[in-house]
Design a protein around this ligand. Sequence first.
Ligand SMILES: Cc1ncc(C[n+]2csc(CCOP(=O)(O)OP(=O)(O)O)c2C)c(N)n1
Length: 379
Amino acid sequence: MTQPISAEEFVAALDAYGVRRVAGVPCGHLAGPWSLYERTGRLTPAASEGSALAIAAGWELAGQRAAVLVQNSGFGNLVNPLTSLLLPYDIPLLVVMTLRGWPDPAEDEPQHAAMGTGTVPMLEGLGVRHTVLRPGGLADALDLAAKARAENQPFFLLVPRGAIARAAEPAPEPRPAGPDELTRPRVVSAVLDQLADEDLLVTTTGYLSRQAHHEKDRPGTFYMQGSMGHAGAIGLGLATADPTRRVVVLDGDGAFLMHLGTGSTIGAAGTARLVHLVVDNGCYESTGCQATTSGDVDWAALGAGLGYRATVVADSVASLAGELRRMLTAKGPVLGVFRVVPTPGEVHPRATASTGPLDIAARFRGAAAGPVQARAESS
Ligand SMILES: Cc1ncc(C[n+]2csc(CCOP(=O)(O)OP(=O)(O)O)c2C)c(N)n1
């Protein structure tokens, strides 16, 4: 196998190209450069790939050369500012985008298949210049980027899996959780304990879906492995389709913030039996625990501001069962937030490793069509 480019070499090459600042949403395959930019204070973690592109466009408009780091699952999120901002306004930008589901979609998870095959044809269809990073090919790729820049055109540097190594000095491991501190496994296990069989559960992409599958696989759980940030919207669809059924959404802080606007749609809809739970570990744990911006979020104020009828924040094992009961029984929509310590060492197989997406959807449809024993709500 060919040696990957070291993270240090990659960042040095982008420095030589003139990149001063970087914005993005993390991908495990870019963890090395991401941590180097973070350590040197040159990284802005964006809520979504589209905002990363727009932030970087702002830097470019201010005369600072910028790059964006993203994964191709977020390509859909950035197509709008790519086509309606960068292209018409002639704003050049280097977009470093990892290729999941490529070259062989069968070798990656199912949610990456269509984008894996579609990324290059879509860029071609949009007339956006791009190249795939080949071993030893970084200098040539950056020459192409420079040519695009000379014509004020954006350029996509597509990075296959394993092409860039992790940083030589790895990020420090999070400290172990204390006995009274919440963790993903403790929260997910408590949630599954308190759910009734008839409740529907939607779990967000990444480790939370894996954890829910590990704790208790059930037909009424929709393991949403892709579509990051949309678990709340699916939950809203379910809760409005059948207002008598309790619908619980298990979200991550990064995913919740990615499509924060959905919270306002939920608040406005006022669905009484929708319970939106956020496991806030302060990071994108599933891609290497890169910091999100949740540390600056006041969840209680946010929930109220978005129109959730109740917001409950839990942060200790001692209060977990009681706070969770409040979240599950208050008149909704409810926003329930758990402040947890990351536990990147505890990782379980994906739901789709044993049950394919079609089976997950079919089982879930069956559960959603089952009878509901409506229970009285507290207010
Ligand atoms: C649109 C999109 N962008 C990026 C990714 C890559 N990705 C997968 S999981 C994940 C982190 C999710 O973070 P969070 O919601 O905070 O949950 P955690 O991993 O911390 O449990 C990311 C960035 C993705 N799947 N989709």
